[in-house]
Design a protein around this ligand. Structure first.
Ligand code: SF4
Ligand code: SF4
Length: 432
């Protein structure tokens, strides 16, 4: 199963996960909804965002050595990491090589796809990089928000990158951001991906809100994380932020199409996570996990932060060149950041019938209030609740199939009738 995700994948028990930003927020595009571009304001003018070799080699060595698990997963993200050129990643592989006998090392690269060429794809294939490519849907959907610095849509360049990945047999998935207008075209988006031969898709809701005065004063145009324990003074969202119920309807429309036609051939990560939660496994992604804190971010200069969504001075944990990695992880877990995801849940969440699947969502976006006026509710609550409630009947049927060792894809036959799994009919079929 493909695991690359913009939400942080949860590491194996007791492992840590670090997303690397080897070129900081630098990017060749200027997407309307990007929350990372404005991190430039944290570093000031003249900053060279290329990760120095000393930082790169120290990070690779210490990350591998600190990992108690046999598998070490590197995720390279930005900004746009392909701006560094293939040679930077040749150096990455070279620095990882001495550890290869002792650990299994994997690499994932998140890219906007516009700079990929044959040389890149040959390298990615040769070294088994898993690639996440950002593509929001058909041209009119994608070009609405994903534009270059001249304001021109990037659809043609990204499709070119996707075709090259396919031509070279590079493992990839599509990361599709769901902004406000996108959410109104669920089937156009989903069917487009299938027409392009995409098998692995992850939908990421776009949620931002306007900054307060202090944030504006340090040059930010988007608000930082919600405070959780008190009502947010500012809950105004920009026009590209998806509307809560529309996000739920978007997922439901696609789920209906998928559960009737595509189970076992198209993998929508959001649906895989829901099934995973339903059968009682820990969430493979942080947003629907009980706690945060084990998925850190390393910036180009070696600074570590508690999370990709918490790259703000107050969440800086230290620097890889000067501080102990294990201590920085402990700090992330113990400073309240990790556990507060669970301890700060409003009573509406604690009593919620879909809490096991939702877990209240990402704390950064818990800036809404319950009807009783309790703070700390996730902005998307209405959408999450609607979606998880809608798919319960399907999850129940899939769980029955799994419990009897039958392929989940049999659910496609069951949905044609009263959604009853006929185990006798399937007796004697090959088990998976
Ligand atoms: S705050 Fe927690 S849930 Fe949100 S992105 Fe970070 S680690 Fe994930
Ligand atoms: S659906 Fe809403 S109330 Fe339920 S756990 Fe998620 S955010 Fe909380």
């Amino acid at each position: 199963m493909f695991t690359l995700t913009t939400e942080h994948p949860e590491p194996s028990p007791q492992g840590i996960h670090i997303v690397a930003k080897p070129i900081g927020p630098a990017c060749n595009l200027n997407c309307t909804y990007c929350f990372y571009l404005e991190k430039h304001s944290l570093y000031g003018a003249g900053e060279d965002y290329r990760m120095p070799d000393a930082v790169l080699s120290t990070f690779i060595r210490r990350y591998i050595e600190a990992q108690p698990t046999p598998v070490v997963e590197f995720v390279w993200q930005g900004g746009e990491p392909t701006l560094l050129g293939v040679d930077f990643f040749r150096r990455v592989v070279e620095l990882q090589r001495p550890f290869a006998g002792r650990k299994t090392i994997t690499n994932s690269l998140q890219t906007n796809g516009t700079l990929l060429d044959d040389a890149w794809c040959r390298f990615l294939k040769q070294h088994q990089f898993m690639v996440g490519i950002s593509l929001d849907g058909p041209r009119e959907v994608h070009d609405r928000y994903r534009r270059d610095r001249q304001g021109k849509g990037t659809f043609d360049e990204v499709i070119g990158g996707l075709k090259l990945l396919q031509k070279h047999g590079v493992e990839y998935n599509v990361m599709a951001s769901v902004a406000r207008e996108t959410a109104r075209q669920p089937l156009e988006v989903y069917r487009f991906f299938k027409e392009q031969g995409v098998e692995f898709i992850q939908f990421v809701p776009i949620i931002e809100r306007h900054p307060d005065t202090d944030e504006r004063n340090i040059g930010l145009s988007l608000a930082g994380p919600a405070t959780l324990d008190r009502e947010e003074p500012n809950t105004e969202v920009p026009p590209w932020t998806v509307l809560p119920e529309e996000y739920g309807d978007f997922l439901i429309a696609i789920y209906e199409e998928w559960v009737h036609h595509d189970v076992g051939t198209t993998f929508v990560m959001n649906f895989e996570w829901a099934l995973n939660a339903w059968i009682g496994n820990p969430s493979p992604v942080c947003i629907h996990a009980r706690q945060c804190g084990r998925s850190l971010v390393i910036e180009h200069n070696g600074d570590l932060f508690a999370c990709d969504h918490y790259v703000y001075p107050e969440y800086r944990l230290g620097n890889i060149m000067a501080d102990d990695l294990a201590q920085m992880v402990d700090k992330s877990l113990q400073c309240g950041f990790g556990t507060s995801k669970e301890t700060s849940l409003p009573s509406r969440c604690r009593e919620c019938e879909v809490l096991a699947a939702c877990q209240g969502g990402c704390p950064k976006h818990r800036f809404a209030c319950t009807v009783q006026g309790e703070p700390g509710l996730h902005y998307l609550c209405a959408g999450y609740r609607k979606f998880f409630r809608h798919i319960r009947k399907y999850l129940r049927a899939m769980t029955t199939l799994l419990e009897h060792g039958l392929p989940v894809s049999y659910v496609m036959q069951a949905v044609k009738g009263p959604l009853v799994i006929d185990l006798e009919k399937h007796a004697g079929v090959p088990r998976r």
